[in-house]
Design a protein around this ligand. Sequence first.
Ligand code: ASP
Ligand code: MG
Length: 437
Amino acid sequence: MKILKFGGTSVGSPERMKQVAEIIAGVPGEKIVVLSAVSGTTNTLVSICEQCEKGNKEEASRIANDLEVKYHEFVDELLGQAPAADTNHEFVKQTFADIRALVDEKYSEQVAKMLVVKGELISTRFFTDYLNSHTNTAADMVMAQDFMSLDEYAEPDLKLSGKKLKHLLTEVKNDVVITQGYIARNAAGGMDNLRRGGSDYSATIIGAVLGAEEVQIWTDIDGMHNNDPRIVQPTHPLANLSFEEASELAYFGAKVLHPHCIVPAQLHEVPVRIKNTMDPDAHGTLISSHREPEAVKAIAAKDHITAIKIKSSRMVMAYGFLKRVFEVFEKYRTPIDMITTSEIAVSLTIDNPEHIDAISKEISQYGTVEVDAKQTIICIVGDLIAERKGMGKAIFEALDEIPLRMISYGGSRNNISLLVSEEHKKEALIKLHKALF
Ligand code: ASP
Ligand code: MG
């Protein structure tokens, strides 16, 4: 059993969907195919929600109407004159009638949750019908809302999801099963989702609970690269990454994968292969438990980071100080990324500054607080790099002209992280690339 996930661009046009059908036909054996919404759709649905929240129902309906027109064109191009075209036009009409009915309802978070999942419901329906009516691949559809379950903390419940999915799979007839990425049901039984970009997560959860041979994430690039190709040239795709390296990279801004999606795969040791829909024969990146002792695998950067420094002489030889500081972040549900400490100060970073004012105010009872926005975390990833002789020297020599705001070394054996101001990011990436590759 393999899990194949196709992202928004990979199903972004009728042309691309047809290509996906060919890719699937070329992969032998049982498959579960996980699809995102057609690219742009979830963003559009989110903007419909935003208009509803502001009370601009007319604008919300107008956006929905425009999207509906596009989907009818999509059906024409994908299904032509086949009988499946009629049923899918009907399906689009019904879906958009539902969307307009939701727009008319009193806005609530639950209404928004029912709106944002429409994209995946449409793409999977189109694709299943296309396979069954226009190709030799016979497919069944299994609805994600019937198995993908969240627990009371809104995190995926792997045990329950696995049990439900296995049961549903006993009822399917074909080797190819299509399902929706992103969509889940919450503990209260309502429609929910795995948050933006969550289709990758859907795929690795499914792979994990079924003990799949492999999860393939089909996207529009040829794998994870050793640096940001928009800034440094030339970069190259990484043939192999360990789960640890991939988690560090996914988290620190290599936007190829959803940051959580490695976790279930690693837990159940299911390899994840990143493949390029535009170049299906290319190797891509294979993420597995296999480790390659190589000095440096990749450099990645994450922008829009806010650094916070708390300075207090009360910290000297005191216990419980960090706990109290961290509790403030916990209260505002704000994750901390990097941390460094001295005897009388602690610096940390967050990437969601939504509650920064309230947080600063509360922690100022423990010391003097300084906040620096517009920072970039640069992380250097590789197998055991933090234990390698000379790594520090190579990094600091390369960056000797660049002011470093924070350094995190030894937190993980696979990662060395630096914080620089955003204006120095480009120069830092280029210089590190030159020095380390
Ligand atoms: N369609 C959802 C999004 O755009 C989920 C995904 O594509 O991964 O966030
Ligand atoms: Mg994605």
